[in-house]
Design a protein around this ligand. Sequence first.
Ligand SMILES: [Fe+2]
Length: 296
Amino acid sequence: MNAPQTALHGWAAGEAGRPANPDWTIPQRWESYTPKEHATWATLYRRQMALLPGRACEAFIDGMRRLPIEADRIPNFEQLSEVLMRSTGWQVVAVPGLVPDEVFFDHLAHRRFPAGQFIRRADQLDYLQEPDVFHDVFGHVPMLMHPVMADFIQAYGVGGLRAQRLGALEMLARVYWYTVEFGLVREQGALRIFGAGIVSSAAESVFCLASSSPHRIGFDLPRVMRTRYRIDDFQQTYFVLDRLDDLLRLAEIDFAPLYQQVAALPALAPDAVLPDDAIITRGDSHHHRARPPQPA
Ligand SMILES: [Fe+2]
């Protein structure tokens, strides 16, 4: 998308973004956020909280209610961690931005969620490729209050370290993308959002449920492991869980034999539809047809 060129953070900034700690953690320095930065949080928070009732799943709304996440200020990670630790044993640690895969997986495997310390600029409210404190805290942390998601994300960290050794990271990353980041779930006869990439985006919170453009397909693990995804635009396909508890089953599966099976099959385009798909709504793709293709 047409994001302005900006200074990158963390791993995306190369050697200049690497902090002194080998686990890439830094102090949050909550006191050093400026009034302008808190105001950016407030704008994003209010916009999402007006949109999400009736769209986000119950677990997200419940997690948000129980955490010290407020409208007018960037949350303090220590206060978040106190509540999380008592509920599901997680904590939030500050990092400068993206971190290397093995660092990310190791944090998750130890129930530490690495959250970007910085907040986007006021002219980047609608789009930012790097995860900032709004995406990471508003989007991800409420779901960490849910015991199933808490266990699933830890299992993903353990699985990620293993997938790296097996050369299967791409397949595992697709599972994370289509669940933790862009997942939908059935709830009380409707579709609801649980993915952090959606709940932290005003436009995609509406698009993913209301637009006739994307496909919505029942979640199937080998299918998801084959499906490429877009990082530059709304998703062309959303995969739908029947219930959040299905993530528990996923966390228990031995992925190693699946990697071998899936690696033997061709990868699928983000908008592919297969004869065996459990199609909930077949999209007309009008949104992506009207836009230039993803840059290589
Ligand atoms: Fe994320």
